[in-house]
Design a protein around this ligand. Structure first.
Ligand code: FES
Length: 230
């Protein structure tokens, strides 16, 4: 297997043929607090490279249909390439620490209980530590990472795949959730830092391309949901 994602200049994400693509929804409780990822269907396996929309204008989401050309999509990548460990702020906790680089995708898994930051700070309580681990594992943008006191990150074991995020409480599509350390190469040919979790913008509006910066929540062209049958 050789999963990979390459960004095309002012165009889509080019994905290697053996990269699994699925739909996943935010499972929220009655208070609209995100609790779990709900697995949806998988798109048919591709024999050749495939192209995922990055501009948000495709009528065939999640795939590119060429609409980026008429839209004159500006896909310039502006994200800070400083490694996460250097970029992130550290919150000291009782049993573990929390790193936070503020690269948010508005998936809202960090809100449950007293919130991931307070859970980490009060991680001497085993219940708080367990919930902090869950919330950070579900933080698909990779913003939040728990680290042991010896500096070792606490990372979940995630499959190599791309998931098209659906946000039912908001009635919109979210970013592309990439897990398992799939390599990402910019349009300039430079590789991004390998990460176990990251979220790619697919509304075209992020000011931190190629990564999601939450702007999809306020754009009408991300309304509705993806479907494998469409
Ligand atoms: S990137 Fe091609 S239609 Fe959006």
């Amino acid at each position: 297997m050789s999963e990979s994602i390459k960004i095309l200049p002012n165009g889509p994400y080019q994905v290697s043929p053996d990269t699994k693509l699925t739909i996943q929804s935010i499972g929220a409780d009655a208070d609209r607090i995100s609790r779990e990822w709900q697995q949806g269907p998988e798109y048919p396996e591709k024999l050749t490279a495939y192209f995922l929309c990055r501009c948000g204008r495709s009528a065939n989401k999640p795939y590119c249909d060429g609409a980026h050309e008429a839209a004159r999509f500006n896909g310039a990548e502006t994200a800070d390439r400083t490694p996460y460990a250097q970029r992130a702020k550290k919150y000291e906790g009782e049993a573990v620490d929390l790193l936070d680089d503020e690269r948010c995708a508005q998936l809202r898994f960090c809100d449950a209980g007293i919130g991931a930051w307070n859970l980490a700070i009060k991680s001497g309580d085993p219940n708080n530590l367990e919930l902090a681990k869950q919330e950070c594992a579900n933080c698909s943008s990779g913003r939040l990472t728990l680290v042991q006191k010896d500096g070792m990150p606490i990372e979940p074991d995630l499959p190599k795949e791309i998931d098209c995020v659906q946000d039912p409480p908001r009635g919109i599509r979210g970013p592309l959730k990439v897990t398992g350390g799939i390599p990402l190469t910019g349009a300039d040919g430079q590789d991004y830092e390998p990460r176990n979790r990251y979220t790619l913008c697919r509304c075209g509006l992020s000011k931190n391309k190629p990564f999601c910066d939450t702007r999809h929540i306020n754009c009408t062209h991300m309304e509705g949901f993806d479907s494998v049958s469409e």
